[in-house]
Design a protein around this ligand. Structure first.
Ligand code: MEV
Length: 332
């Protein structure tokens, strides 16, 4: 197979969990949204024969050759893609850039792994299905996060709002559970009948997903009934949110997001900074607000309307958000 020396380039979006994080690890439903405006990108160029795959990732502050760091998670993604395609190791440089904040709940790891998968496949003349991309990235997510539900890699690979249910309810996070395998997840497109605006407030505090996910697992083991009740209520919220999005009832959506935040506080994954940004957003007129992603840091989201968006944005900035992004969810 000829590898084109010309530039090949791909991108993948960041993501938000609208509702259902953490409970989704245990088989309850969650809703995830792509954030098209902030993306990870890979440009591929052919390099000298015999170089193998090299990575240049200025935003991660890193530059390495696969053969020198075969255990690096992205090296392993690349190795898995080559094995999946049944190809010999190509000579390519992957230049990775990303505007998705790292360890912030916005799917930076999943998006970067996704672009590595797509870029390598594309450079070798293949177009992988979103399912295949998602399954390859899920393997990498397991290396980063330990026991991921698979929601992050799925929403990033499919690039559309999704309803995600991992598998049989109440199961322990199981190593063998994979996208595309039995008992696989239920992945359904979410219908949005009334466009809405989410503001994303970044606490600036980086928090690796696997830490709160591991802590929630320990607490659930210590207090199984309490955690089952909390997850049940979070799952019920996700079910109602899905119906409201289909009906276009955005006002009621706000209250459910705030209820979800209260449950996440009880689960133990919020933080003073997240609580503060949530309170400030509500005080400035947001219809609802919650943390998004694994928590303990990272981002929160606030549901705003055209006439409140600026006020909420300014309030978040004054309250110390290191950045405030706006994303518009369109009818789909
Ligand atoms: C992270 O975006 C969402 C969590 O529920 C973890 C997972 O689902 O793998 C916290």
């Amino acid at each position: 197979m000829n590898i084109s020396p010309t530039l090949h380039s791909v991108s993948a979006p960041g993501k938000l969990i609208l509702c259902g994080e953490h409970a989704v690890v245990y088989g309850y439903p969650a809703i995830a949204l792509p954030v098209h405006g902030i993306r990870a990108r890979v440009e591929v160029v052919a390099v000298e024969v015999g170089s193998g795959i090299t990575f240049d990732a200025p935003d991660l502050g890193r530059n390495w050759r696969l053969r020198d760091a075969p255990d690096d998670p992205l090296s392993q993604v690349a190795t898995a893609v080559i094995a999946h395609l049944g190809q010999p190791m190509p000579d390519l440089q992957l230049r990775i850039t990303s505007d998705i904040p790292i360890a912030s709940g916005m799917g930076s790891g999943a998006a970067i792994a996704t672009v590595v998968v797509r870029a390598l496949a594309g450079a070798l003349g293949y177009v992988l299905s979103p399912d295949d991309v998602s399954a390859l990235v899920y393997e990498s997510e397991k290396r980063y996060h330990g026991t991921p539900s698979g929601i992050d890699n799925t929403v990033v690979a499919f690039e559309q709002p999704i309803w995600f249910v991992r598998g049989a309810k109440n199961q322990e996070p199981a190593e063998h559970l994979q996208v595309g395998q039995s008992p696989g997840p239920t992945i359904t497109p979410i219908h949005i009948t009334t466009p809405f605006i989410l503001l994303i407030g970044d606490t600036g505090i980086r928090s690796a997903t696997k830490l709160p996910v591991g802590e929630v697992r320990r607490r659930r083991e210590a207090e199984p009934e309490r955690y089952e009740q909390l997850f049940n209520q979070i799952g019920a919220i996700a079910t109602r949110v899905r119906a409201l999005l289909a009906d276009g009832d955005i006002t009621a959506l706000g209250g459910l997001l705030t209820q979800n935040q209260e449950l996440l506080q009880a689960v133990g994954v919020s933080s003073l900074e997240l609580d503060r940004l949530v309170d400030v957003a509500l005080g400035a007129g947001a219809l609802g607000a919650k943390l998004s992603g694994a928590g303990w840091g990272g981002v929160m989201i606030a549901l705003a309307q055209e006439d409140t968006v600026q006020r909420v944005q300014q309030a978040l900035q004054v309250a110390g958000a290191v950045r405030v992004l706006t994303t518009r969810l369109e009818r789909c």
